[in-house]
Design a protein around this ligand. Structure first.
Ligand code: ZN
Length: 249
């Protein structure tokens, strides 16, 4: 009897410490969203995942029956093991290295585009690239126009910036989904007027970092969490992140 109590207490502590772990009991409500940036043959920083590591990670997801979706396909109830793969900043290397892996494993990913960087930075996809990238595997979405920290600019500036982000993609005939990844994962979370701007702009979901699984359908669509995958993560770390989200207490 005592052992059962100890076991229950232990499980309770694990569930409390790794909040959202309880979602394991409700797989139709558990939505995982992974966050990546750059993909290159070799990595020397946490925002770049090596091609080899990414291949191992996607292979793991594929052999363990995880299902990838686009945001525009997201609806409740979820299939168990639903996962969204997201890549920020629109790196050219996503087209070169990520896309062939998506095709190989039959997976989908969403790429968030800060429009001021297009046709400006040589390491980012051009308008032409974005228009032509295979939309069976890649969904494009919003990452602001100027990539400024939303906590450091006024709400007026946020609104103008988001309108510009949308306007540029529309003008260039680039199909996209109205989902926004906050630059640096940062947003004024206690400001209801910020969320009103998102509503007014018809943005369906806003993505922070937070490093935990989401309950879906969500009551806080503008605070969906993503789990950051780092360049230095081993496959074991990756697998643990799928379970626990945040690894550091
Ligand atoms: Zn970014």
């Amino acid at each position: 009897m005592n052992y059962i109590l100890i076991l229950l207490a232990f499980l309770a502590i694990i569930f409390i410490v790794f909040f959202r772990l309880y979602l394991y009991l409700f797989p139709k409500n558990r939505l995982l969203i992974l966050m990546y940036h750059s993909v290159l043959p070799e990595t020397d920083n946490d925002l770049t995942v090596s091609l080899k590591n990414l291949e191992k990670q996607l292979k793991y997801l594929s052999t363990n029956n995880y299902k990838t979706l686009f945001f525009k396909e997201l609806k409740a109830p979820l299939k168990p093991k639903t996962i969204l793969l997201t890549f920020d900043d629109g790196y050219k290397n996503n087209e070169e290295f990520l896309l062939p892996l998506l095709k190989k494993f039959g997976m989908k990913a969403t790429i968030f585009i800060p429009t001021s960087r297009i046709d400006h930075d040589s390491d980012k996809m051009t308008f032409h690239d974005l228009r032509n990238i295979d939309k069976n595997y890649v969904e494009l979405a919003l990452h602001s126009h100027n990539h400024h920290n939303f906590k450091e600019i006024t709400l007026d500036e946020v609104e103008k910036d988001l309108k510009k982000n949308i306007e540029v993609l529309e003008k260039e005939n680039i199909p996209f989904t109205k989902v926004l990844a906050y630059p640096y994962g940062s947003f004024p979370k206690n400001d209801a007027n910020f969320f009103k701007i998102l509503e007014k702009t018809d943005i369906e979901y806003g993505l922070r970092i937070g490093n935990k699984a989401n309950f879906f359908p969500t009551k806080t669509p503008y605070q969906l969490c993503r789990i950051g995958i780092n360049g230095s993560d081993s496959l074991l770390t990756f697998i643990l992140k799928l379970i626990f989200g945040k690894l550091k207490l």
